[in-house]
Design a protein around this ligand. Sequence first.
Ligand SMILES: O=C(O)CCC(=O)C(=O)O
Length: 259
Amino acid sequence: MCGVYRWGAGPRQWPIRTTPATIRHTSSLQIGVHNTRTLVTETLIVDAASPQHKSPAFRYLPNALTEPAQQALVAEIGNILLSAPLFRPAMPRTGTPFSVQMTNCGRLGWVSDQAGGYRYQPTHPVTGRPFPSMPASLLAIWRAHAGWAAEPEACLINFYSGTAKMGSHQDRDEADLSAPVVSVSLGDEAVFHVGGTKRTDPKARLILRSGDILVLEGSSRLAFHGIDRVRTGTSRLIPDGGRINLTMRRVTASTAPTV
Ligand SMILES: O=C(O)CCC(=O)C(=O)O
């Protein structure tokens, strides 16, 4: 198939680094990062005395993917975009377009529009074709980091360019809310925020960089989170710039929770 996405062809082998860095928001709101990579230059940690803080624990694996692995993944995404082009979702009810463009791979994909709202469906909302299958490289990342035996059914591909951002939200359109969400960052850096299970809970902020993996699981699975902004021009991974975020999810209930 010919197309516009010529993002290079990196190796198909995926050298995945497995050493995790865990950030836990303890009740005293100290953050521990078991890795040399910095948590944040812009960390905004809430008032440690705040009794309202819900202290989500999530797994942050900075620099989890090597540069060749990142390049190969961008090439894979380019192939996916040839048959499942980026579309711009819209908010339920208001129809306001998202600033982020999206597409999916996997058996199901997440979509949103004014008429149907947030949902998963097996077909691309513009082409009507089934979403392309999830590349083996992504499944390998899930197997290495999800801690969940059942395979992901959907991978949402977010593309941020210019001033695109993502408002604070919970991932709760899945029937199985116990399975983790595994998120991969590629390209430009982004300021990510994560709070508790109430929108008004205090939030921590960290910089997500290319090759970082974040796992929302356990008490953080339903944490409000989002992207405040992308730091344009901070990475050369994507030829025309921008940021790709991949989130792998279970959608239907899974019977085999742990590996
Ligand atoms: O871009 C990101 O890192 C976050 C994406 C996200 O929150 C989502 O897809 O639900």
